[in-house]
Design a protein around this ligand. Structure first.
Ligand code: GDP
Ligand code: MG
Length: 385
């Protein structure tokens, strides 16, 4: 028989086998069961065993349709590996100050002064920098001799204490039962100055929530530019969730209202509302954000107000935090662009300024570049551990 004939058969067999392997592997990447995935948000309280009529079945169906199309987001642990690399960079004043301190075998007065000065330039803030220096002096410099391993451990402990390991950093996205007994969606309102990363954060957060098995609706309440709603819609499509938008120039509160009522009617678990940060006067900001929140709460309580701050803006971010803190009850901070800033100290300052914890951090522009903020891992990143 013609050898070409056999060659052709062999080629067909190889193609079939490769295709089969690819199909099996792509199945393997389907979402693992909800309970095996890392969470950014608290697990829903246990539901009664008997199925609820109404909202519950609708939500369950929607979850299934999403889980078949999405792949698994990167695990928070491996996201943090990237943070570590970046925080421990040589341009990080906090990391540099700590490394310098640890490099001395005797610490004298002027070493402590240098250390404190370096901490202040690291965006840690004057108060926390002084507190940390005082604590370390008390614990380390009893006789001026420093054991590097012990110094390292004490530093680690004191830094973690400064960041606040006891704070609740979960994103509150679980709705309560409404007046008619039906479960309302959790509502997360995302606020902040333009360009800080609000829309990107909403998109990334939606992806995480969907991966946790939740149904999500996005509300494009930044109506100043059509491009803003387009950007959010693109995220929604990418993540596989519905985006509610209004016409350019529409009342942001009315878009937010429509989004939350759509979420309630479809039995969604969470509605994420993106807002505009274009407003420069505090009165305008107060009026608009206040109205958005009030109008939403005609339907469902806002469970979380996330203030998005760009870590690269340093002190400017603090001024923004103060302004937004005065106009809305911020309940959590998202610190974005930590990948480009190396100014980790801002975490401590901004938490003190607002009295609320940093809950999430942005590590880049990609879909998986959002991580829960973990004080110990963050400190290890700064120390280069
Ligand atoms: P908004 O105006 O607050 O909605 O900001 P956007 O979400 O539109 O983001 C503004 C720019 O910052 C975009 O180019 C984003 O890709 C970028 N961005 C957002 N978050 C991060 C982050 O964590 N790291 C980096 N490097 N860029 C980010
Ligand atoms: Mg935006």
């Amino acid at each position: 028989m013609n050898p070409l004939y056999w060659l052709a058969i062999a080629a067909v067999v190889i193609v079939v086998v490769v295709a089969a392997v690819l199909v099996v592997r792509s199945r393997g990447r389907a979402l693992p069961p909800v309970e095996e995935r890392p969470r950014l948000t608290p697990a829903a309280p246990a539901q009664p065993a008997e199925p609820d009529e109404g909202a519950a079945p609708a939500a369950a169906t929607a979850v299934e349709s999403h889980t078949t199309t999405l792949d698994v987001p990167e695990a928070p642990a491996s996201r943090l590996v990237r943070l570590r690399r970046r925080l421990a960079g040589s341009q990080n004043a906090l990391a540099r100050g700590l490394a310098d301190l640890l490099s001395h075998d005797r610490i004298d007065e002027s070493t402590w002064d240098d250390f404190e000065a370096t901490l202040i330039t690291s965006d840690l803030g004057v108060g926390p920098a002084t507190e940390l220096t005082t604590k370390l002096r008390q614990r380390l410099a009893v006789d001026g001799v420093v054991d590097p391993a012990r110094a390292h451990e004490v530093l680690r402990q004191e830094l973690i204490a400064l960041v606040g390991p006891e704070l609740d950093r979960t994103v509150h996205s679980i709705g309560a039962p409404g007046p008619d007994g039906r479960e309302l969606p959790g509502v997360v309102l995302v606020v902040g100055v333009n360009g800080t990363g609000k829309t990107t954060t909403v998109g990334k957060l939606a992806r995480v929530l969907v991966a946790e098995g939740k149904t999500v609706v996005l509300g494009a309440a930044d109506t100043f530019r059509a491009a803003a709603a387009d950007q959010l819609t693109t995220w929604g499509d990418r993540v596989g969730v519905e985006t509610i938008r209004g016409a350019e120039g529409a009342d942001p509160a009315s878009v937010a209202y429509t989004a939350v009522s759509a979420g309630r009617d479809s039995g969604a678990d969470v509605v994420l509302v993106d807002t505009a940060g274009r407003l420069h006067t505090k009165t305008g900001l107060m009026d608009e954000l206040g109205k958005v929140k009030r109008v939403i709460e005609k339907i469902a309580p806002v469970t979380e107000v996330l203030l998005v701050l760009d870590a690269t803006t340093g002190q400017n971010g603090l001024v923004q935090a103060r302004t937004f803190g005065e106009v809305v009850d911020v309940t959590g901070i998202v610190l974005t662009k930590l990948d480009g800033s190396a100014k980790g100290g801002i975490v401590v300052q901004v938490q003190r300024e607002l009295g609320v914890p940093v809950k999430l951090i942005g590590l880049g522009e990609g879909v998986d570049d959002l991580a829960p903020f973990d004080p110990a891992q963050f400190v290890d990143g700064v120390l280069g551990d």
